[in-house]
Design a protein around this ligand. Structure first.
Ligand code: ADP
Ligand code: ADP
Ligand code: ZN
Length: 218
């Protein structure tokens, strides 16, 4: 068993980061940490943090770094993160990556793998309009590619699935623009650190996962 595996998922919104991150978390027994899931849980529970995050998320903009970084650092300081974790949707900007690196350096640690899931923009809008999400347990499905066993209901917990507000076409286009401007530069950032690995995200999800486990090891 690999010790202290710290993994970052990179890729456009809808590339399949969450889908793969959940499988990685299961296989390697490390926590799956999604800043988007943390924000959505806060929105659902009506917290102050949720209210603030929602104003940005609804427009397809990024939640400010200061707020996002604080939440993420709190989360990775929890005891279950000692053996590693897979980050899904964080970092999304160079400053976020820099703060994470500084924190890790203090503890003599580093990111071991940054996995870039590559899917061209043309495929993204189609993927997002078919995405259905469970706000209760965070599971995601696709109407065509990864349908739930019972139409409209989560396989894992039975909750009714929804189309996320920010998965509507106009917002998705905005999110893609934000991705190219602010998040894509992270590919070079992690490439320069020698930890970047890219996989083709357009193929069947199990084949994408095979590519990832080839990288991470058995
Ligand atoms: P997706 O999986 O489709 O890329 P996420 O669930 O990761 O979407 O994120 C949804 C929204 O939450 C983003 O559009 C953004 O507004 C906010 N968000 C999530 N993670 C971050 C982050 N690291 N920095 C800033 N905003 C974030
Ligand atoms: P991200 O976390 O990068 O935003 P998701 O994992 O939520 O992306 O996937 C986006 C949508 O695409 C979901 O509806 C998901 O079920 C679907 N999906 C994920 N991986 C694949 C794949 N390899 N082929 C087809 N559809 C996929
Ligand atoms: Zn569920």
């Amino acid at each position: 068993m690999v010790n202290r595996m710290k993994i970052i998922m990179l890729g456009a919104p809808g590339a399949g980061k969450g889908t793969q991150a959940k499988m990685i978390a299961d296989k390697y027994q490390i926590p799956h940490i999604s800043t988007g899931d943390i924000f959505r849980a806060n929105i659902k529970n009506g917290t102050e943090l949720g209210k603030e995050a929602k104003t940005y998320m609804d427009k397809g903009e990024l939640v400010p770094d200061e707020l996002t970084v604080r939440i993420l650092l709190d989360r990775v300081a929890q005891p279950d993160c000692e053996k590693g974790y897979v980050l899904d949707g964080f970092p999304r900007t160079i400053p976020q990556a820099e703060v994470l690196d500084q924190e890790l350096t203090k503890r003599n640690e580093k990111i071991d793998y940054a996995i870039n899931v590559e899917v061209p923009d043309e495929n993204i809008v189609r993927r997002m309009s078919g995405r259905r999400a469970c706000v209760s347990c965070g599971a995601t499905y696709h109407l065509v590619h990864i349908p739930p066993k019972k139409e409209g209901l989560c396989d894992k917990c039975g909750t009714e699935l929804i189309l996320r507000d920010d998965d509507k076409e106009e917002t998705v286009k905005n999110r893609l623009g934000v991705y190219h401007d602010q998040t894509q530069p992270l590919i070079e950032y992690y490439s320069n650190k020698g930890v970047l690995q890219s996989v083709d995200g357009t193929i069947d999800m199990m084949d994408v996962f095979k590519g990832i486990t080839d990288i991470l090891g058995e």
